[in-house]
Design a protein around this ligand. Structure first.
Ligand SMILES: [Mg+2]
Length: 207
């Protein structure tokens, strides 16, 4: 199981600032508030629900599909994705079925995988729509994913940059690989790599 953003590519440089801006603009328009109020709502919903989306649906009647289409710049991604060189070769050295499990919408995930040139290496894409808008680290999406692909959590590995998300994965019985700054190996993960390119080298720790 692979997360997408900041796991398979760098979204911090161009994509996240854009999404961030778009979410604030969406809240301003949809709720009819200024930027400061929109940011404070976002903060509140983030703390309470783990995602602005859930707060917008619950308290402002937003349509989740509409929200996701207007906050993810799918058409402009080609110039924004910062690809990791050698990604394809590294993924090819990892055995087993591979599924993307991301908090992003399907259209965005497919666009990024195409740009990275690795679409064919994945057996499936499990997006926020598939998780019925329950983002990681909520366990709901994980359960749906296990059911959908008929997976035993103990035989799955989650590869992720978010330690919160890995904590849920581990609690549900999955093995975990953290993609994070070099030289750190936080407690509670089975392996840590500074880039997904290091994954083939830690496979022996996941048996
Ligand atoms: Mg991520």
């Amino acid at each position: 199981m692979f997360d997408l953003d900041n796991t398979l590519h760098d979204a911090l440089l161009h994509i996240f600032p854009r999404i961030n801006q778009a979410i604030t603009a969406y809240v301003m328009t949809h709720v009819g508030v200024d930027e400061a109020a929109a940011n404070s709502l976002r903060e509140q919903y983030w703390r309470r629900y783990g995602a602005t989306l859930r707060g917008m649906v619950r308290h402002h009647g937003a349509d989740p599909g509409h929200f996701l289409r207007h906050t993810h710049p799918v058409a402009e991604l080609a110039g924004m994705v910062v690809a990791t060189r050698g990604l394809r070769a590294a993924l090819e050295r990892v055995p087993g079925r591979k599924v993307i499990f991301s908090n992003a919408p399907s259209a965005y995930i497919h666009a990024v995988l195409n740009i990275l040139g690795v679409t064919d290496l994945f057996d499936g894409v499990f997006s926020i729509e598939h998780a019925r808008y329950w983002p990681k680290p909520y366990p709901h999406g994980f359960y749906r994913l296990f059911r959908h692909y008929r997976l035993a959590p103990r035989r799955c590995v989650m590869v992720e940059d978010s330690l919160d998300n890995l904590r849920t994965a581990r609690r549900l019985g999955m093995k975990t690989v953290w993609v994070g700054p070099a030289g750190r190996r936080p407690a509670g993960v089975d392996a840590a790599v500074s880039s997904v390119l290091g994954l083939p080298r830690v496979l022996h720790k996941l048996k």
